[in-house]
Design a binder for this molecule. Sequence first.
Ligand code: TYD
Ligand code: MG
Length: 415
Amino acid sequence: MVEELIEERKVAPKARGSKPVSLHDVPFAAKDRVAVGIAELDRVLGGGFVKGSLVLLGGDPGIGKSTLMLQISELMARNDGRILYASGEESPFQIRIRAERLGSKSGNIDILSETELDSILESASEVRPGLLVIDSIQTIYKSSLTSAPGSVAQVRECGGDLMRFAKEKEITTVLIGHVTKFGVIAGPKTLEHIVDTVLYFEGEKTQQYRILRAIKNRFGSTNEIGVFEMTEGGLREVANPSSLFISDSTASGSAITSIMEGTRPLLVEVQALTSPASFNYPQRVATGIDYKRLAMLLAVLERRVGIGVYGMDCFVNAVGGIKVTEPACDLGLILAIASSIRNKAIEKGTVVIGEVGLGGEVRPVFGIESRLKEAEKLGFKTAIVPHKGIHDLAKFKMEIVEVSEVKEAVKLTLT
Ligand code: TYD
Ligand code: MG
């Protein structure tokens, strides 16, 4: 439950209401877009920022939102004139330190240490920046409202005002919002339906990679992701993200499979380690992999393949801290477990894709051809795939082995 104060609002009555217009008479022109010059970001945006759009950039505290926005500001300042960066989170000095670290050279970024919305808008009207950044929406407030900054009422009102401002003055505006994974802070969530585009910046703070994902986009697809790496010199785009999630391991208990992030295939490595249970009750621990899926796959292994897992501790892990939740990874996971139990490694250069059913059958998965193309691009030589899942086998240079049962796949790779 969130307490909400009802604010009195005076709205001047409109002189005359709007009249309907024929859809075809509505002026139509391609919206001006400004490409930032970071390919991973521009793709997620649908080709760059649309002029006058309002974008919400959400993510966990400390994930790198301010860093990303400062890097974007730097690039845009070089091409698109002045940038106004309003920060209620950090002092100008702190921002300067970060900018130095990022190797900022442009003198075109104005820092505004202000949290009152109307003052921010006034400055923005004067400066007329190519990009206005608000860091963060939780720290700004409208003085006409009595509730505290960060409250639902403040966030919503400020968001609404910023939307009108962005549209009226054609100033692209980015709002940074802290959102925790569990959506504990209600604020930014209430903004999602107001703004044009909602981007989420995700990742584990202990891992280096970050994924930028469009949750909503009035000017583009929501199927694209951008992958970044947090380095000492700021965020760096990762053009070949698959390399992040594959180790050089040649040990048993490892398999390479593929997940789809939107329309983009990523190769990931899943690892398994089994050993006789040290207690009466065997442990099953899954990191980055669905626990219930693991339990199901272990049952299939025991009953349909005849590889005993009862009384074994079993640990499974997705390399690089990524989450592997797709059924397409079932076959890879089950082979990784079997490989650990047999203590025999799957041959290097093999990618394994397929959903596993309760009967121990291997089922086709969507996007198999783009997954295989990605594997080929990365030099994989063999693919274990579901029977009848591919239309045109001749398209691929790599060896493609079709299997219809898990048993077959185990026989092929682990004997
Ligand atoms: P920040 O952008 O402040 O996160 P947010 O605005 O989402 O809260 O980034 C926080 C972390 O990023 C901080 O713990 C340090 C790290 N970082 C780097 O590793 N390299 C860098 O160049 C920068 C600027 C930050
Ligand atoms: Mg920040």
